[in-house]
Design a protein around this ligand. Structure first.
Ligand code: FES
Length: 103
């Protein structure tokens, strides 16, 4: 499974979550403290972009109906969201943030 460069660490200066399209997928990338995470960017409830939501203590809050997902695991936290998000491995090489996406 190839690693794809998707962002620079400086891209998180303004917000802890950013959206990127890569390898045909919409990704939400997160920086929490000094760790990086990636999930699908499309909310499993009604397709809002999670990268436009707010990060709250390790969770992403959907901007449309305020569903919560745990960023590290993608786990939906209850109504209105009940389907988990896909998650992807992330590594940082220098300042380059890379995500491993299945072929
Ligand atoms: Fe995300 Fe409804 S679209 S909670």
């Amino acid at each position: 499974m190839p690693w794809h460069p998707v962002a620079d660490t400086a891209d998180f200066a303004q917000r802890p979550v950013i959206g990127r399209d890569c390898a045909g997928r919409k990704l939400a990338l997160y920086r929490l403290a000094d760790r990086y995470y990636a999930t699908a960017n499309t909310c499993t409830h009604a397709n809002a972009l999670l990268s436009e939501g707010e990060v709250v203590e390790g969770y992403i809050e959907c901007p449309a109906h305020y569903g919560l997902f745990e960023i590290a695991t993608g786990k939906a936290q209850g109504a209105p969201v009940c389907v988990d998000l896909a998650t992807y491995p992330v590594r940082v090489t220098g300042t380059r943030v890379e995500v491993e996406i299945p072929d």
